[in-house]
Design a protein around this ligand. Structure first.
Ligand SMILES: *Cc1c(COP(=O)(O)O)cnc(C)c1O
Length: 425
C-alpha cells in the first residue's frame, strides 16, 4: 500500500492537481530549454576534452592547474564568451560582482545602472547606503548614475539612449533578475534591445550583466547577444546544486584579465588560485545545471499556479516565459510570510525542524525572513524562500533541486498557512 508521508489537506491536494494541469504547456517549454542547454553543456565538455585528471585539483599557488583552465574554457564556451573566471575563491555572488566592478572601473569613471536600483547587497559596494570610508566604488572616486525603470517596471530606452552618451560612462550595468523587487526580470529579447541601445550610443561602454539566477533559464546568455560580461554565483544556477561555493565571470578576454587582477594580483591574474578539492564538484554541478535549473523553474511555475489559484498576487504568472528562477508571491502580511516560510522550512531535507524568524542581515536594510534547509549554507538553487519584512509582504521563492520535492515544499507552505489561520479555503 502506498503511504502519504505528509499530512496535506485534501483541498490543497486537489488544488495542487489543478495547478499542475494548467502548467502543462509551460512545463513542456521549460523542459525543451533544459534539453537544449544540456546539449550545449555536453558539447562544451566534449570540445574541451574534460577528463578525470582535470578533477585532481591543486594546492598552494595553483600554478599550471589544468582542471581550472579547462573548466574556465568550458564556461566561456557555454556563455559564447572569449574567456571566463570560474572559481571557488569567490565567496558569493556579491563578491563576484564586486570583483567585476572593481576590476574594470577606475577613479573618474562612471557606472550607469540602466535597470534601476541594483540588488540590495550591491548598493554598499557602489556607495549607496554604505558607510563612507568602507572602500566602496564611491570612496575610490567612481561616480554612480542610474536610469530608473518606467512605472511598469520595464527599461526606459529613451532615457538610457540619452544617459549612456556621456563618454565618462565606463560600465552600463544591467540586473537580469528582479531581486527583491516586483519589476519584471529582463528576458533575452529585452536584453538584446538594451545591448543595441547602449552600443549604438556609446560603443566603448562595457555592457555588464548581473546574471544571478538567470543562466540556463533561456537558450541564450547575454554574452551571446553582445553583452561584454556576465556574472553569477555557483550556489545559484551555474553550480547545479553541487558546487559548494564560488562564482563566475564570463566575457571579453581583456575584461576577464582585469577581473583576474582584482581577484588575485596584477600580473599574476588567472595563473594563480589553487582549486583544492573543488573541481569535481564544479564540473559535475555545471554538467547538471541545466537540469537543476529546469526543476527550479518548474517549481516556480507550479508555485505561481498554486498560490495564484489561492488568490494571491504572483509575479510572474505561471503562463509567462521565464528568464530567472525567481517567483514572488504577495502574502499580504508579516504573518503570511512567516507561515509560508515555516512551511518551506518544514519541507526541507536538511534542518526541517528549524523555525525561521525575521532578523537583520548584513547588506539588507529591513529584517529578512529566510527559509532554507540546504545542503550548502545559503544556496538558493535549493528550495528557499525569503523576503524583507516590508510592504507588500511578498516572499521570493526560488530553487528546488528536484521538481517533486520543490512541489512538496510549496504544498507544505500552503498547508502551514492554512494551519496558522492565514489562508482561508
Ligand atoms: C543573489 C543575487 C546577488 C548576490 O549574490 P549573493 O550570492 O547572495 O551574494 C546579486 N544580484 C542578484 C540579482 C541576485 O539574485
Amino acid at each position: 500500500m502506498e503511504q502519504k508521508f505528509f499530512n496535506i489537506d485534501p483541498r490543497i491536494e486537489a488544488l495542487a492537481k489543478d495547478a499542475e494541469k494548467v502548467c502543462a504547456e509551460a512545463f513542456a517549454r521549460t523542459e525543451e530549454i533544459a534539453e537544449y542547454n544540456s546539449r550545449k553543456v555536453l558539447a562544451a565538455f566534449i570540445h574541451n576534452g574534460v577528463s578525470e585528471s582535470h578533477f585532481a585539483g591543486s594546492t598552494g599557488y595553483g600554478y599550471d592547474d589544468r582542471g581550472r583552465d579547462t573548466i574556465e574554457a568550458v564556461m566561456a564556451e557555454i556563455c559564447g564568451a572569449e574567456d571566463s573566471l570560474m572559481r571557488h575563491n569567490f565567496v558569493s555572488g556579491t563578491h563576484t560582482l564586486t570583483t567585476a566592478l572593481f576590476g574594470v572601473l577606475r577613479p573618474g569613471d562612471v557606472m550607469l545602472s540602466i535597470t534601476g536600483m541594483p540588488y540590495d547587497t550591491i548598493q554598499p559596494v557602489i556607495g549607496i547606503n554604505g558607510d563612507p570610508g568602507c572602500g566602496s566604488l564611491k570612496d575610490w572616486g567612481v561616480e554612480y548614475r542610474q536610469v530608473d525603470l518606467l512605472p511598469d517596471g520595464t527599461p526606459d530606452f529613451d532615457a538610457i539612449a540619452e544617459a549612456v552618451k556621456d563618454p565618462r560612462i565606463k560600465v552600463a550595468y544591467v540586473q537580469r533578475s528582479r531581486g527583491y523587487s516586483l519589476r519584471p526580470s529582463i528576458n533575452m529579447e529585452v536584453m538584446e534591445k538594451l545591448v543595441k541601445t547602449v552600443k549604438e550610443n556609446n560603443p566603448k561602454a562595457i555592457f555588464m550583466v548581473d546574471n544571478c539566477y538567470g543562466i540556463f533559464t533561456e537558450k541564450v546568455e547575454p554574452t551571446q547577444l553582445g553583452a561584454d560580461m556576465v556574472i553569477g554565483s555557483l550556489i545559484k544556477n551555474a553550480g547545479g546544486g553541487i558546487a559548494r561555493t564560488g562564482g563566475y565571470i564570463a566575457g571579453r578576454r581583456d575584461l576577464i584579465e582585469l577581473c583576474s587582477y582584482r581577484l588575485t594580483t596584477p600580473a599574476q591574474g588567472k595563473e594563480v588560485g589553487c582549486t583544492l578539492d573543488e573541481l569535481k564538484n564544479m564540473f559535475l554541478g555545471l554538467f547538471l545545471a541545466p537540469n537543476t535549473v529546469c526543476s527550479a523553474v518548474k517549481t516556480a511555475i507550479f508555485a505561481a499556479a498554486l498560490f495564484g489559484g489561492l488568490g494571491f498576487a504572483v509575479n510572474p504568472p505561471h503562463t509567462e516565459l521565464r528568464t530567472d528562477i525567481i517567483q514572488s508571491i504577495e502574502l499580504g502580511s508579516p504573518e503570511g510570510m512567516i507561515a509560508f516560510c515555516k512551511g518551506v522550512q518544514a519541507g526541507a531535507p536538511v534542518d526541517s525542524f528549524v523555525t525561521p524568524m525575521p532578523s537583520d542581515m548584513p547588506g539588507y536594510d529591513d529584517p529578512v525572513i529566510m527559509a532554507a534547509g540546504a545542503f550548502h549554507l545559503g544556496a538558493s538553487i535549493e528550495l528557499s524562500a525569503d523576503g524583507p519584512i516590508r510592504e507588500p509582504y511578498a516572499v521570493w521563492m526560488q530553487g528546488g533541486l528536484t521538481y517533486y520535492t520543490g512541489k512538496m515544499g510549496m504544498m507544505l507552505a500552503a498547508q502551514t498557512m492554512l494551519d496558522d489561520g492565514v489562508l482561508k479555503l
